[in-house]
Ligand binder design. Structure first.
Ligand code: 2HG
Ligand code: ZN
Length: 443
């Protein structure tokens, strides 16, 4: 009997797939760098099935790749070496809402957008949000401690997780924190699991804390004359308004989103743009802030959305970048430094990338209000992907060195995955890596 026969015998209800199209579909994420080659795909419907899979995998020494929406950009959900992919796709239901604690309990395979809808049905919000909302899963968000566009106001995923049910690498089921607000009883294993990218266990259920919806918000697009103006605009707006998002992108990003179908916002071209959102501030306060920035020549043009549709169109200019660039097989950096270190880091990185990538198109954008910068280097059409990745890897090593000097991180919100493994030591000391190894062994 093969190990797969044995798995099917032990868990007769478990959905297993092995068709070539399924192996390809479930074996990769958005990185598209590795050729998918999983052993098979398991789609459990219950925690008991996940437990059974883990126990079987231990006995047969089969590697498991937990899998959510596979919108990841770091190769964290890639199965290229005969692993069993464990897709949580069938475990996608809301399990209940507690109105007193304002906790929504969901299965890990629920899409982020469905979580938003379930929160809205209770008159509340789950505030973590980003462009992949329609296809990413909450389990994947938890595995990478996903950030997104509202971190300046609401923080990362870990702020909103009140409890987790996980299946550890030994097949034990743990209920971590159980929705408690206060729990000073030792190590917070829930927080250890958040951001662990599936290396410690498989998240099967989560208790999500919900909050009140913000008062009416306003969306503004600003055109900036220089990179240097960026963090000054942020500081000035933050001092005057309740910022819930502050996202920047360059003219190259706008060029690609427009080429992908979006309408250009201004008649003229400008080098830098910011989409920003304020909660509860009056239109007059927003206009006044804009006037001050204009006078100081920190912005050169701007528009405030007059309708929901216009707000969505402005947001699309920022949120549509990843999809618009996908056909150029971009090499991605997702880095962070402290907000205060950002001006010097930006200036240095501009010099570094200008020097090292003279022949490549580099697209800059990101959640600059929380210190997170996305850099996408586009592959020239005629170049082999392997050569391109090799060249970008060389420059990433230099960037990693610079990040280390600035006290930053090689992965702000996408995770380490396979892509950033070689650069982990730029962000974590040898002592930290040794402890992480020990913790993984313990799980
Ligand atoms: C975003 O902020 C995502 O839009 C994707 O984190 C970033 O494509 C990227 O590099
Ligand atoms: Zn991002």
């Amino acid at each position: 009997m093969t190990p797969m026969d044995e798995l099917a015998r032990r868990l007769p209800e478990l959905a297993l797939r092995t068709s070539a199209s399924d192996l390809e579909h479930y074996g990769r994420d958005w990185t598209r760098r590795w050729t998918p080659s999983p052993l098979a795909i398991a789609l459990p419907s219950s925690t008991q099935e996940v437990q059974g899979i883990v126990r079987w995998a231990n006995e047969h020494r089969v590697a498991l790749v937990p899998s959510g929406g596979r919108t990841g950009l770091s190769g964290g959900a890639v199965a290229a070496n005969g692993e069993l992919v464990v897709s949580l796709e069938k475990m996608n239901r809301a399990l209940g809402f507690d109105p007193v604690d304002r906790i929504l309990t969901v299965q890990a395979g629920m899409a982020l957008e469905a979580v938003h809808a379930a929160a809205q049905a209770q008159g509340l919000i789950y505030p973590v949000d980003f462009a992949a909302r329609g296809s990413c899963s909450i389990g994947g968000n938890i595995a990478t401690n996903a950030g997104g566009i509202r971190v300046v106001r609401y923080g990362n995923t870990r702020e909103w997780i009140a409890g987790l049910t996980v299946v550890t690498g030994t097949g034990e089921v743990l209920e971590l924190n159980r929705g408690l607000v206060k729990n000073s009883s030792g190590y917070d294993l829930r927080q250890l699991l958040i951001g662990a990218e599936g290396t410690l266990g498989i998240v099967v259920e989560a208790q999500l804390r919900l909050t009140d919806p913000p008062p009416a918000s306003q969306v503004m697009l600003l055109a900036l004359p220089s990179f240097e103006a960026l963090m000054q605009v942020f500081a000035q707006l933050r001092a005057r308004l309740t910022i819930s998002a502050f996202e920047f992108f360059t003219d190259r990003a706008l060029h690609h989103v427009a080429a992908h179908g979006a309408q250009r916002p201004f008649a003229e071209d400008y080098p830098y743009y910011v989409v920003t959102e304020f909660d509860g501030d009056s239109p007059d306060a927003a206009l006044e802030a804009f006037g001050t920035l204009l006078e100081a020549e920190l912005v050169v043009d701007g528009v405030i959305a007059q309708s929901q549709a216009q707000a969505a169109a402005l947001w699309h200019l920022r949120e549509g970048i990843t999809e618009a660039l996908a056909r150029h097989l971009p090499y991605k950096n997702d880095v962070s430094v402290r907000i205060g270190a950002m001006p010097r880091f930006l200036a240095e990185t501009q010099v570094l990338l200008g020097r090292e990538y003279p022949h490549f198109e580099v697209v800059w954008f990101g959640h600059i209000g929380d210190g997170n910068l996305h850099i996408n280097v586009l592959k020239p059409e005629a170049m082999e992907n392997a050569d391109f990745v090799h060249e970008c890897g060389r420059v990433t090593a230099l960037l990693a060195q610079s990040l280390q000097n600035h006290g930053g991180s090689i992965s702000a919100e996408h995770g380490i995955g396979l892509v950033k493994k070689p650069y982990l030591s730029s962000t974590r000391s040898a002592g930290e890596v040794a402890l992480m190894r020990g913790i993984r062994r313990a799980f």
